[in-house]
Design a protein around this ligand. Structure first.
Ligand SMILES: NC(=O)c1ccc[n+]([C@@H]2O[C@H](COP(=O)([O-])OP(=O)(O)OC[C@H]3O[C@@H](n4cnc5c(N)ncnc54)[C@H](O)[C@@H]3O)[C@@H](O)[C@H]2O)c1
Length: 376
């Protein structure tokens, strides 16, 4: 198979979908890898690094899309990339379609087969291709929140860890999954007072053991969250209902309960955001204020640390990319039901139910859609 790697074009995105180690493994499996010139530079990978492992370098994105059978990316395709997709393409990347009916329509109309990293599951129902970026985003969330709490950046001017004789800041993490746990660990490392909220009691049990009593775990009822809001300095929103638009855990009318200059970091913004007042921002212009509360809602947080993120992403995606390259989407999906859950769109049909429900497209069973596409 010919595997294409275009340069990411989303604002402030410096990651790339494949490292030179990934190229090496694909080439050893007999595949051709076509990398857009300069695609790896933001992640400190040169064209020579790729070529040394057997990749060909193509001048621009149209050349990569024209040659490739499978296009691997990091972020959801931008309009100019959707326009280059054809029915013969497999696209493998983060898609986050549930909150994005326009992109869903574009992919449906392209006729391409589109596989979403974030809905691939492992045999325990976890999200192996979201996890590495969630680890990164969770760690950045606390760093960014601590920074935005500084007075010159609009925050209330409190130091996360306090000093002897002055209390530390209170950090509330809502959603104690991969993002939430990593955010909490960094907050604990900075010596803040930390509360982690989740609705899954078993998850709270696991966190309680992991924190060894250093953070409080709390059930995420609306009332309990509301009662804590007047005391908190930093809230990190990290909830996820697999594949679906994020539920709101803080409503606009609840902002008035918070201290002026408190900071909300909405990591779940890529699934539509978990605070009612969230809207996507960029690393260049990451915050805005609503009712005196600073909102940080960067949709590609790991893009800020591409040297780390690109390597962590390829470590996780490579086995799946190799499997799809070796067997095709249909063969790989039959062999790995967790990978099948990643297939969101096939030949004009939405094949992942939460996306169909959220975007108003009819749902079609994956294997029926793949069968029809093969017969066409
Ligand atoms: N902005 C970014 O750059 C970026 C990067 C990585 C991940 N993310 C996003 O971060 C979010 C979290 O990802 P994750 O990997 O930690 O997911 P996860 O599945 O590991 O954890 C989500 C947690 O949320 C909990 N939850 C669900 N509904 C809840 C509710 N109403 N109240 C409280 N808790 C609730 C679940 O029980 C689970 O423990 C996702 O939307 C993901 O796409 C964003």
């Amino acid at each position: 198979m010919k595997v294409g790697v275009p340069t990411e074009i989303k604002t402030d995105e410096y990651r790339v979908a494949l490292t030179q180690a990934g190229v090496r493994e694909l080439v050893e499996h007999g595949h051709e890898v076509l990398v857009q010139a300069g695609a790896g530079l933001g992640s400190a990978i040169t064209d020579d690094d790729y070529q040394e492992q057997g990749a060909s370098i193509l001048p621009d994105a149209p050349a990569v899309f024209a040659e490739a059978d499978m296009v691997v990316k990091v972020k959801e395709p931008q309009a100019s990339e959707v326009a280059m997709l054809e029915p013969r393409h497999t696209l493998f990347t983060y898609l986050h379609l549930a909150p994005d009916p326009e992109l869903t329509r574009g992919l449906v109309e392209s006729g391409a087969t589109c596989v979403a990293y974030e809905t691939v599951e492992d045999d325990r129902g976890r999200l192996p291709l979201l996890a590495p970026m969630s680890e990164v985003a969770g760690k950045i969330a606390t760093q960014a929140g601590a920074f935005m709490l500084e007075k010159p950046l609009g925050g209330r001017g409190i130091l996360l860890g306090g000093v002897p004789g002055v209390a530390a800041a209170n950090v509330m993490v809502i959603g104690g999954g991969v993002v939430g746990m990593n955010a909490a660990f960094i907050a604990l490392g900075m010596e803040a007072t930390v509360y982690v909220y989740d609705r899954n009691i078993d998850r709270l049990r696991e966190l309680d053991i992991a924190f060894g009593g250093r953070a409080d775990t709390c059930y995420a009822s609306t009332l309990d969250i509301e009662q804590r809001l007047p005391d908190v300095d930093l809230v990190i929103g990290a909830v996820l209902v697999h594949g679906a638009k994020a539920p709101y855990v803080i409503r606009r009318e609840q902002l008035k309960l918070m201290k002026p200059g408190a900071v909300l970091v909405d990591v779940a913004i890529d699934q539509g955001g978990c605070f009612e007042t969230s809207r996507p921002t960029t690393h260049t212009d990451p915050t805005y204020e609503v009712d005196g509360v600073i909102h940080y809602c960067v949709a590609n947080m790991p893009g800020a640390v591409p040297v780390t993120s690109t390597r962590a992403l390829t470590n996780a995606t490579l086995p799946y990319i190799l499997h799809v390259a070796d067997e095709g989407v249909a063969g790989a999906s039959r062999q790995n039901p967790g990978l099948a859950k990643g297939v969101n769109v096939v030949a004009g049909k939405v094949t992942y139910r939460p996306v169909a429900d959220a975007t108003g497209h009819p749902y079609q069973d994956l294997f029926d859609a793949l069968g029809e596409a093969a017969a066409a």
